[in-house]
Design a protein around this ligand. Structure first.
Ligand SMILES: *[C@@H]1O[C@H](CO)[C@@H](O)[C@H](O)[C@H]1NC(C)=O
Ligand SMILES: *[C@@H]1O[C@H](CO)[C@@H](O)[C@H](O)[C@H]1NC(C)=O
Ligand SMILES: *[C@@H]1O[C@H](CO)[C@@H](O)[C@H](O)[C@H]1NC(C)=O
Ligand SMILES: *[C@@H]1O[C@H](CO)[C@@H](O)[C@H](O)[C@H]1NC(C)=O
Ligand SMILES: *[C@@H]1O[C@H](CO)[C@@H](O)[C@H](O)[C@H]1NC(C)=O
Ligand SMILES: *[C@@H]1O[C@H](CO)[C@@H](O)[C@H](O)[C@H]1NC(C)=O
Length: 470
C-alpha cells in the first residue's frame, strides 16, 4: 500500500517537473514578409526533449523534403525552422512538439502569416516649385497593417510646423505652404509597419521669379557720361536687357551695355538732351519676367517750331507742345530779344513754364529778333533759332482808341480847305470881273465905283447884291 504522503509527494514532483518545463517559439509573431526568409526558434527550458516541427496539417516537417522549409536540431533544447521565400499558401498554424524523457509532451504553436512588405512610392522623381507658392508631395503607401509614414529632407526628420509644413491625416501628403529657396533638397517618405519599411525619394527644385531693382530717376549732366545699374534676382538666372521707346538697346558708339550675372549696366556717353526719358530694365527667365523704369533727366532740348505773335509793345512767343520735351519737367523759359537794327545786346526775361511767354515793354513798329530756351532742374537747354518779328505801329492804336477827336480833326481840315478855296475864287473874281465878296465890301464900305462896268450894269449889280447878301 502506498502511503498518501507518497502520492502527494509524487503528484507534487510531477507537477513541479511539469511546471519547470517551458517551451517557447521566438519570435512569437508569425508575421512573415512575402518572398523573404524567416527563422523560428523553438526552445525548451527546464529539461531536455526530443523536438520536431509540424505543418499546419499535422505532418512532420522533414528536413530536405521541401527545400523551402529547413529544420535543424541544434541541441536537446533547441530546434529551428527556416522558411525560405515565404508564400501566402504557407499561411497556417505551425507546431513545435517537445517530448521529454518522462514521455510527457508539450506543444507550442506559431501562426505564420505571409504578407507583402509595405511599399512607398512617389510618382515624380523631381518636383519643380516656384518660390512663394505652395507645393505638395504625395507618397502612395500600401501595406498591412497600414504603415506609419515619416518624412525627411536630406535625412533630417520634418516636423509639422503651422504655416510652413503640414500633413494630411495619414501623413501621406506633405505640403510646404510657401516654398523657399532653402527648401530645396531630397525628400524621403518612409513607410513603416511591423513587417518592414519602405522609402521613396523625390528631389525638390525651387525656382525664383526674376525681380529687378532699379533706381527711379537719374540726373545726367550734358556732355558727361552717366551709368545706370540694374540688379536682378532669380533662379534660374534671368537674362537682362534694356528697352527704350519699345526698342531693345544694343551697345553702340554712345551707348554701352555691360552684363554681369544678376546685373546689367547701361552707360550713356556724352549725354545729349535727346537722351532724356524713360529706360526700362527687363529681367526674364523661364519662370517669369520683371521690368522697371528709370527716368533719365537731362537738360531740356532746344525749342523747335518757335513762332512770335506781335503786339504794339509786346511779343508773345508760341511753341509747338513745349512741355513735351523729354526728361525732367520744364520749370521756366528764358526769353531773349534785341532790336534787329543796330544789333544791340540781348535783353533777357525768365517766365514760369505755366505762364504765357510774353516779352513786354517793347517799342512799337520796331523789328526785333527773339529766341527762347527751356530750363529744368538740371539746367538750361539751348536757345531756339532767332525769330524776326516787327511790333505793330502805334497810330492804328491811337485811332482806334480816340475815334471822336479824329472825326473832329477831319471836319476842321475840310473847313479850312473850303475857306482857302473860297478866298482864292473870290480874289480871282475881284480882279478879273470886279464882282464877288471883295467887290461888295469895297462898294458898300469905301463907296468905290465899279471900274469899267457900263454895259452890264443892272445885271452885275444884281449879281453883286446877291453875293453881298450871302
Ligand atoms: C523642372 O525644371 C527643370 C529646369 O529647371 C526642367 O528641366 C524640368 O523639365 C522641370 N521639370 C518639371 C516636372 O517641370
Ligand atoms: C516617425 O516619426 C515619429 C514621430 O514623429 C517617431 O516617433 C518615429 O520613431 C518615426 N519613425 C521612423 C521610422 O523614423
Ligand atoms: C525588409 O525588406 C528587405 C528587402 O525586401 C529585407 O532585406 C529585410 O530583411 C526586410 N526586413 C524585415 C525586418 O523583414
Ligand atoms: C533615397 O536616397 C538615399 C540617399 O540618396 C538613398 O540612400 C536611398 O537608397 C534612396 N531611396 C530610394 C528608394 O531611391
Ligand atoms: C545693385 O547692386 C550693387 C552691388 O551689390 C549695389 O551697390 C547697388 O546699390 C545695387 N543697385 C540697386 C539699384 O539696387
Ligand atoms: C505757376 O507755377 C508757380 C510755381 O511753379 C505757382 O506758384 C503758380 O501758382 C503757378 N501759376 C499758375 C497760374 O498755375
Amino acid at each position: 500500500m502506498i502511503p498518501v504522503s507518497m502520492i502527494i509527494w509524487a503528484i507534487w514532483l510531477v507537477a513541479a517537473a511539469d511546471a519547470e518545463k517551458v517551451v517557447e517559439i521566438i519570435p512569437a509573431s508569425g508575421d512573415t514578409q512575402l518572398h523573404s526568409s524567416k527563422l523560428f526558434l523553438c526552445k525548451v527550458k527546464g529539461g531536455e526533449a526530443e523536438m520536431k516541427w509540424l505543418y499546419p496539417n499535422g505532418e512532420e516537417i522533414e528536413d530536405g523534403e521541401d527545400k523551402r522549409f529547413a529544420v535543424e536540431t541544434i541541441d536537446e533544447t533547441t530546434i529551428t525552422l527556416l522558411i525560405n521565400s515565404a508564400e501566402t499558401h504557407d499561411n497556417g498554424i505551425y507546431t513545435c512538439v517537445s517530448t521529454f524523457e518522462d514521455r510527457t509532451e508539450k506543444r507550442v504553436t506559431v501562426e505564420i502569416n505571409v504578407v507583402p512588405p509595405p511599399t512607398a512610392r512617389i510618382s515624380e522623381e523631381s518636383v519643380n516649385a516656384t518660390a512663394g507658392s505652395a507645393s505638395s508631395i504625395t507618397c502612395v503607401v500600401e501595406g498591412h497593417p497600414h504603415p506609419h509614414i515619416n518624412w525627411t529632407r536630406n535625412g533630417r526628420p520634418i516636423k509639422m510646423r503651422p504655416g510652413r509644413f503640414g500633413f494630411n491625416s495619414d501623413q501621406s501628403v506633405l505640403t510646404i505652404y510657401a516654398v523657399e529657396k532653402t527648401d530645396e533638397g531630397q525628400y524621403t517618405c518612409i513607410a513603416t509597419n511591423k513587417i518592414n519599411s519602405s522609402s521613396a525619394n523625390v528631389t525638390l527644385h525651387v525656382s525664383v521669379k526674376p525681380e529687378v531693382q532699379l533706381e527711379r530717376s537719374k540726373e545726367a549732366r550734358p556732355q558727361e557720361s552717366t551709368s545706370i545699374t540694374c540688379n536682378a534676382t532669380g533662379d534660374p538666372l534671368p537674362t537682362m536687357h534694356w528697352v527704350r521707346k519699345g526698342n531693345k538697346l544694343v551697345s553702340d558708339s554712345r551707348t554701352e551695355i555691360s552684363q554681369q550675372p544678376l546685373s546689367s549696366s547701361l552707360t550713356l556717353q556724352k549725354v545729349e538732351p535727346s537722351d532724356g526719358g524713360i529706360y526700362t530694365c527687363v529681367a526674364a527667365s523661364p519662370v517669369g519676367e520683371d521690368r522697371r523704369d528709370v527716368i533719365v533727366q537731362t537738360i531740356p532740348s532746344t525749342p523747335d517750331n518757335v513762332r512770335a505773335n506781335p503786339g504794339a509793345a509786346s511779343v508773345d512767343i508760341l511753341m509747338e507742345s513745349p512741355k513735351q520735351i523729354e526728361g525732367a519737367e520744364i520749370l521756366r523759359y528764358k526769353l531773349q530779344w534785341r532790336e534787329e537794327e543796330g544789333r544791340s545786346q540781348w535783353s533777357t526775361t525768365t517766365v514760369e513754364a505755366n505762364n504765357s511767354l510774353t516779352i513786354a515793354g517793347l517799342l512799337s513798329d520796331t523789328s526785333y529778333e527773339v529766341r527762347v530756351a527751356a530750363i529744368n532742374k538740371i539746367g538750361e537747354g539751348g536757345f531756339s533759332a532767332q525769330h524776326k518779328v516787327r511790333t505793330l505801329a502805334s497810330v492804328a492804336l491811337s485811332v482806334s482808341e480816340k475815334p471822336g477827336v479824329g472825326t473832329g480833326g477831319i471836319v476842321g481840315i475840310v473847313m479850312v480847305i473850303f475857306l482857302v478855296l473860297l478866298i482864292a475864287v473870290d480874289t480871282t473874281c475881284y480882279f478879273t470881273n470886279h464882282c464877288g465878296l471883295m467887290m461888295c465890301v469895297a462898294v458898300n464900305l469905301l463907296g468905290k465905283r465899279r471900274p469899267g462896268a457900263k454895259g452890264l450894269d443892272e445885271e452885275e449889280r444884281n449879281v453883286s447884291t446877291v453875293k453881298c447878301s450871302q
